[in-house]
Design a protein. Structure first.
Lengths: 207, 207
DNA sequence: CAAGAAAGTAACCGTTTGGTTATTTTTGCT
DNA sequence: AGCAAAAATAACCAAACGGTTACTTTCTTG
């Protein structure tokens, strides 16, 4: 199979990004080594700098990919005419599922939070996440209209909860697993936690 | 004021640890620079290595301090004969309060989770945290006995929730603040979140 | 095919890193 | 006072770091 020059170039770029995702997820920006990324992708370090100006720029690109990764999954999950309670339950379960399958994503976001979320322009981040926010807010409002959600529920707090409880579980899993002497990231435990969290939120909404 | 040799030595050690807490909290293990710690504590780098064998050992010590820090606060919070519901509410609120006042602690723990919790021996960690675990478990059991907590409540899940929701809020605050265009770490917002979380857990227990 | 552009390589560079050596100063004890 | 142990300093080191230079090979296109 003959590839054109620019196709090969794109392939190289992807190989670099793949290796970069691994390295940055594992060690963060400070810990990641440009040489390690070059070697892992089987290319020369010079080419890495030809494709991505600097370590910083490469890191930003990796992060953007990670955000787009989950944003795509979130979009799939948004169903216009689903019942509010089911929709929120579904969203929470989807998030647990996604994070179980994508441990690298968890780590990249944790590093980024420690970097105080400076590596990605705020407006790009908002653009990616705003639809999800709006989706959950609307479901809550609809629920109130239908009478399945209490009027006094603070939608701001629910949005925060729906979007962070799953992540919190995984990001603390190592410490907590050590403490509980149990592998909390097993499929079984994750499923149970997912069920608990969505149930808890729903009970609060309906209470 | 004349100090004895070993007193001065202890003071130097403390100055190093103080600077190390700052540096490691800010930049994590990889990002932290031994030279920076030495300079910040106003001592010679050689003395740092005299007191703490290596960068790794120093980091482990810093982490242990951080854990002892909150463990002390947790012990204060444990009241033997308090009502189970009040006790759990109180514990959650205390945790929010502690984390609001100790942002360095949050960062140190986040780094450590990214290190997959390898820097501290598991048994030391368990020794520090087990009392808290047991306290919450007992309160739930007591609640069930008194009839204020539902029988079907999974105590394992509640322990996990009580111990991680506050932390989750703070550790994602930067990303979430950017998304919500609002400073979530203001005293006001933290208080509201604390109230919401404890209320949510309690509602679930009683439901 | 010619020739220039793009892709790729190896060797190198200045700086910074964690850690050490050799040496001097201060302290504690008799 | 005298002397050994502990505390402190400055200068240093090999390795590793992000990034670059100078050069060769491969591809595209008139």
């Amino acid at each position: 199979m003959k590839l054109r020059q620019y196709e090969k170039s794109e392939l190289t770029k992807e190989r670099i990004l793949e290796a970069a995702v691994d390295e940055f997820a594992e060690k963060g920006f400070y810990g990641a080594r440009v040489d390690a990324i070059a070697e892992a992708s089987g290319i020369n370090k010079r080419m890495l700098y030809a494709h991505f100006e600097s370590k910083e720029k490469l890191y930003a690109k990796v992060l953007l990919i990670a955000y787009e990764w989950i944003a795509a999954r979130e979009r799939e999950c948004m169903v216009e005419d689903e019942d509010p309670i089911d929709a929120i339950k579904g969203f929470v379960n989807m998030t647990f599922d996604f994070l179980l399958e994508n441990p690298k994503f968890i780590r990249l976001l944790m590093w980024e939070n420690l970097n105080r979320a400076v590596s990605i322009p705020k407006d790009e981040l908002v653009k990616l996440k705003e639809p999800t926010f709006e989706y959950i807010r609307q479901k809550i409002r609809l629920g109130k209209k239908l009478g399945t959600v209490r009027e006094s529920v603070d939608e701001h707090q629910i949005v925060l909860s729906v979007m962070s409880f799953a992540f919190a579980y995984f990001s603390n899993a190592h410490t907590m697993s050590a403490l509980m002497d149990r592998n909390l990231t097993s499929r079984e435990d994750v499923l149970r936690r997912s069920e608990f969290i969505s149930d808890m939120i729903v009970k609060y909404l309906e209470a």
